[in-house]
Ligand binder design. Structure first.
Ligand SMILES: Nc1ncnc2c1ncn2[C@@H]1O[C@H](COP(=O)(O)OP(=O)(O)OP(=O)(O)O)[C@@H](O)[C@H]1O
Length: 595
């Protein structure tokens, strides 16, 4: 926090000094009251003139207090917003410099929490607490000094209630620390269940399960309120005792003051002053109790920001180290999500101009490999290198210039279709743009848009279908003009004929690219130089189409099934038993494998 405030220390110091002025002005009325009581008891004939001067000073003190607090809050708020803006800017530029794999591992939710909510919390601390906490600390210090100046015994009597209040409240509230731990956990739990419930509501409605989902939320809400009731029951008596004992200084000061006054060691006015000032020793601290409650949240936010602020410039290798033609190689790569191993000993090599396909059952780890090849994930063991350089050691610009990735999840930025296409290379020529769009089979769809290439994506909203977005994403990846192109299910938009045509056009237009395609369907992959079959995180077979037809049971089954699908025929009435027209059902892969 203090590091983040570094550039604004002078402003904050000014706010603290002005707060000191306000605190002193706040104590002036007590002093004036003391003078008035003193005049009443000691010098009654001077009372009118004393009261008049006290009234004038009272006015001055009130004006000064109002002015000083106003200026202090003005400076603290101005500084708080400036620090928040600086911090957000630093966080965002740190994130822009962060390694891709680190960024993806964080998740958008966690990053949003740091950049938005955690920074927001700093506002309360800097804008309010700097002034209020300073006043709460300074006021007791000044009052204590004054009390000792009046009489040290009266001062000690006033201060004695502090430890008394603390000890008695601690006894009553013992064990409530654990309750707060439980409260924090229950709050996080409730928030997760609420977010999940709201997110899944449409799906649950579709399956008519809205009420069963709500039951879990209801249970969590009940637990939460039960816990808050327990905590309230435990803490309210302790807190009431604490505040009552803190305000009970009179019980000690009055008898002691009377005794000292009887012995002529203090005046009655001084006893009255001690009683009045005594009320101001601990009261300001109660006002900032909210600060102590908010502190854990503020510190938790700061610790979430710390790793982002600590991101270094990242490793860089000279661009000249990687010259075409490139070879991207995974060597005995292993990967795990948490404790769950996903990939084991995966090796593959993508050479310039080669067409490589990754096949395998759902969940076998194909996308994980695609992400490792694209530098979005870092292998837990083994190496992922391009021309001998570790992909994770590449700077963002170098990696982006070498490897492009298009996936099924497409994010289009607000801006025109043309802006989206030219994201990686804004200087791309019109001819290159048209060629990529044609290969990605996006020509017709863009021409059909109201303003063609100039159509605003944000205006389109949901009007672009998933398949249409995929085509634009593929064209965008092609325009990045990289040596390696990874297509992870990015051709799901295509049917059997268009997928085949797409691969042919892609290879003809970009013959030097090293191509890695994650596919679920085999249309067009007979042309591949290398097909890898991945099962349960391991490459179980590799080879060309012809080789795999001989060696891989999985591949043969998939191929035969796709052949059957392609051969689906419309059967005429007279060829089918019963009436009407219908399709011959192809065998499932399991049926094919089992013969
Ligand atoms: N971020 C993640 N955290 C934890 N587990 C994950 C994560 N992403 C994927 N997995 C798990 O890793 C395994 C492999 O996932 P991956 O997406 O690589 O498989 P896939 O072969 O591409 O599957 P599909 O063909 O269905 O897309 C799956 O079991 C999946 O549940």
């Amino acid at each position: 926090m203090f590091q983040l405030m570094a550039g604004r220390r002078i402003a904050l110091l000014a706010a603290l000094l002005v707060t000191l002025v306000a605190v002193i002005a706040e104590l002036v009325p007590f002093w004036l009251l003391f003078r008035a009581i003193d005049a009443l008891l000691v010098d009654p004939q001077d009372l009118p003139s004393t009261l008049l001067s006290c009234a004038v000073w009272l006015l001055v003190a009130l004006l000064l207090k109002y002015l000083a607090y106003g200026v202090a809050y003005l400076i603290s708020h101005h500084t708080a917003y400036a620090i928040m803006a600086d911090t957000r800017q630093r966080l965002v530029s740190q994130l822009a410099a962060a390694p891709l794999h680190w960024l993806l591992a964080q998740g958008a939710g966690a990053l949003k929490q740091s950049v938005i909510q955690d920074v927001e919390r700093m506002e309360a601390f800097i804008a309010h607490h700097t002034v209020e906490v300073t006043a709460a600390v300074l006021a007791p210090l000044v009052v204590t000094g004054l009390l000792f100046w009046v009489d040290w015994r009266l001062a000690l009597a006033v201060l004695a209630v502090g430890p008394l209040a603390f000890v008695s409240a601690s006894i009553v509230m013992r064990g409530s620390g654990q309750e707060h731990e439980r409260f924090n956990r229950a709050t996080a739990d409730l928030s997760n269940v609420t977010v999940e419930y709201l997110r899944n509501m449409p799906v649950m409605k579709i399956f008519c399960h809205a009420t069963s989902g709500f039951r879990l939320l209801q249970r969590r809400l009940r637990d939460y309120y039960q816990l808050t009731e327990d905590i309230t029951r435990r803490t309210v008596p302790g807190w009431s005792l604490f505040t009552s004992v803190l305000g009970a200084h009179m019980l000690l000061v009055l008898p002691l003051g009377a005794w000292l006054e009887a012995r002529d060691e203090v005046s009655a006015a001084e006893v009255a002053l001690a009683v009045m000032l005594g009320a101001g020793v601990f009261r300001p601290m109660l006002k900032v109790s909210r600060f102590f409650m908010e502190m854990p949240g503020i510190f938790a936010g700061l610790s979430r920001m710390a790793p982002i602020l600590a991101i270094g410039a990242g490793p860089r290798c000279g661009a000249s180290q990687i010259e075409p033609p490139v070879t991207l190689a995974l060597d005995r790569v292993g990967f795990a999500y948490g404790p769950r191993s996903i990939l084991e000993d995966v090796s593959l090599s993508l050479t310039a101009g080669s067409f490589n396909v990754l096949l395998g059952p759902s969940g076998s780890g194909k996308s994980t490999i695609a992400q490792i090849v694209a530098g979005a994930l870092v292998p837990a063991s083994g190496t992922a290198r391009i021309n001998g350089v570790e992909i994770q050691d590449l700077g963002d610009a170098e990696r982006a210039a070498l490897i492009a990735l298009a996936t099924q999840d497409v994010f289009l930025f607000s801006g025109t279709i043309r802006d989206n296409l030219r994201l990686a290379r804004p200087t791309v020529s019109e001819a290159q743009l048209r060629r990529a769009v044609e290969v990605a089979q996006a020509q017709t769809l863009i021409e059909a848009l109201p303003d063609g290439y100039e159509t605003q994506v944000s205006e389109l909203g949901a009007r672009l279908s998933g398949g249409e977005r995929q085509r634009i994403a593929v064209a965008r990846a092609l325009l990045a003009d990289t040596q390696v192109l990874v297509l992870d299910e990015a051709t799901a938009f295509a049917d059997s004929l268009t997928q085949r045509a797409f691969f042919q056009a892609l290879r003809a237009a970009y013959p030097d690219k090293a191509l890695l395609v994650v596919a679920h369907r085999l249309y067009g992959i007979e042309q591949a130089d290398q097909i890898l079959v991945l099962e349960r995180g391991q490459v179980t077979d590799r080879g060309t189409h012809a080789e795999l037809l001989r060696s891989s049971v999985y591949y043969r089954a998939m191929w035969r099934r796709e052949q059957q699908i392609e051969e689906w025929t419309l059967v005429a009435d007279d060829e089918r038993p019963g009436s009407g027209i219908g399709w011959n059902r192809p065998a499932t892969p399991t049926e094919v494998v089992n013969g």
